[in-house]
Design a binder for this molecule. Structure first.
Ligand code: UDP
Length: 323
């Protein structure tokens, strides 16, 4: 059985939907940002927080957990700047408690969701795993701290991990049953598509004076199904003990500017967006694009979806919502 903490959230719920086809799955989620209806019915669901050591202890006592995947983090860069305590408690302290309980129960396989935010403002255009890490927000720092702790733990204890550094996850599953829904929404693609559905009068572009082709920030958008594939391969590598511990970027390797995302969304939906340019948002680097060669080479991962697929699938899902 595999324990998925945060399995009711955006990426976790997409992973659970695939994983139940091949493994028994138990989801622990406090539903603070996740959605119970997004959790596949084949999975066992426990409502509870990562920081609740008693619940975790009873899960590891009662179920034969082979591995843990951890999606239960707070992930808003701006919020982390104004409320760092929340990020260090939830993303670091609670994860340490999870690791202690795993070690106590001799569960030694761990997949950790990390982020491109660990790179801060990178010097290179194409980021690989040896690009210097220098996070500029408490969110990015909380993730890098956990990465460093995992490296120390795996050296000292019998613990094997795969760290996946996500670039910009987006899109929805093929059947459009589940998709990306945050409250409040801060991510570009849902904001653009919701606007094109009639919500919010305009889209705000945060800065058009960056040193990029059209002045707006460039990001590497990766379809959530491709991210799910990366997790399944990472799990296989740990279960088969092919791969001890490793850290991988997960992105498409192609960057799109904010303006390009909006233009492609307009083309796909046949609708026109109302735009306004405002000041830069704090903590936004100009360009974040991944080299994912390492995971392609070592785990055989291959992204299958481009920006059009991402936007089409997200559009299908958003159109089904009762906004
Ligand atoms: N962005 C924007 N307007 C919005 C939301 C986002 O211009 O309403 C920009 C943001 O400044 C960044 C890019 O879109 O350059 C992607 O932002 P998002 O929050 O989706 O992901 P992040 O890269 O911050 O994780």
């Amino acid at each position: 059985m595999i324990l998925i903490v945060g399995g009711a959230g955006y990426i976790g719920s997409h992973l659970v939907k695939e994983l139940v086809k091949r493994e028994e799955v138990i989801v622990l989620d406090n539903l603070s940002t996740g959605h119970l209806e997004a959790v596949d019915k084949e999975a066992l669901f426990v409502k509870g927080s990562l920081g609740d050591a008693d619940i975790l202890d009873s899960i590891f006592t009662r179920f034969p957990i082979k591995a843990v995947m951890h999606f239960a983090a707070n992930s808003l860069v701006g919020e982390s700047v104004v409320n760092p305590q929340k990020y260090y408690i939830n993303n670091v302290a609670s994860t340490l408690s999870l690791l202690s309980i795993m070690l106590k129960h001799n569960v030694n396989k761990f997949i950790f969701s990390s982020t491109a935010a660990v790179y801060g403002i990178p010097g290179e255009d194409l980021i690989n795993e040896s690009t210097a890490t220098n996070p500029i927000t408490p969110y990015g720092k909380s993730k890098l701290m956990m990465e460093q702790i995992l490296a120390d733990y795996s050296r000292a204890y019998d613990l094997h991990y795969v760290i996946l550094r996500y670039f910009n996850a987006a899109g929805a599953c093929e059947t459009a049953e589940i998709g990306e829904s945050h409250q409040p929404e801060t991510h570009l693609i849902p904001i653009v598509l919701q606007h094109l559905l009639g919500m919010n009068e305009r889209i705000t572009i945060f800065g058009d004076n960056y040193n990029t082709t059209d002045g707006t920030c460039i990001r590497d958008y990766i379809h959530v199904s491709d991210l799910v594939d990366a997790h399944l391969l990472a799990l296989d590598s740990l279960l088969n003990e092919k791969n001890k511990s490793a850290t991988y970027n997960v992105g498409n390797g192609i960057g799109f500017s904010v303006k390009e995302v909006i233009e492609t969304s307009e083309a796909i939906t046949g609708r026109t967006a109302n735009l306004v340019i405002e000041d830069r948002r704090e903590g936004d680097p100009a360009c974040l694009v991944a080299s994912s060669e390492k995971i392609m080479k070592e785990l055989g991962w291959q992204p299958r979806k481009n920006l059009e697929h991402i936007l089409e699938s997200a559009w299908r899902w958003h159109r089904n919502q009762n906004y």
